[in-house]
Design a protein around this ligand. Structure first.
Ligand code: FE2
Length: 137
């Protein structure tokens, strides 16, 4: 199911190989999470995938924030704030999942929201620092 629509697209590229690779890895992690949910996989599998996702999101945001600082991107603070809010969103979800507090319907909705958020974030906010880096050269 997931592989049909949870996929990297060329339009996601921000012209930075490291960040593009991390976005690809995030997208596969999301696809993995979706597959696990869809297949009705056990809690253990779900916990493993969401655990990876949260850690990886943090690592990825750090990379982006260092890059934005490096290129002197002026709108770095609001971008960092968006990252903080997203980390809170996924960590809260992880906590709920760990405590067994989430129905599979809720989990799937949260998953769709997360995918939607990631796509929009890449296409909007990430593209903004990418454009900035391009124009300053
Ligand atoms: Fe970002």
């Amino acid at each position: 199911m997931s592989s049909v629509f949870i996929q990297w697209r060329d339009e996601f590229s921000v012209n930075n190989e490291t960040i593009d690779e991390q976005h690809k890895a995030l997208i596969s992690a999301l696809a993995g999470l979706m597959d696990a949910m869809w297949a009705g996989k056990g809690k253990e599998e779900l916990h493993k995938v969401i655990g990876f996702l949260v850690d990886y999101v943090e690592e990825h945001f750090n990379t982006e924030e260092l890059y934005m600082a490096e290129i002197g991107y002026p709108a770095i603070d609001p971008h960092k704030e968006i990252h903080r809010r997203f980390i809170k969103h996924v960590s809260d979800f992880r906590e709920k999942l760990y405590s067994g507090d989430v129905s599979s319907d809720t989990a799937i909705n949260v998953f769709f929201d997360t995918w939607d958020w990631l796509k929009k974030h890449i296409l909007k906010e990430d593209k903004m620092y990418s454009e900035y880096a391009k124009n300053r050269k």
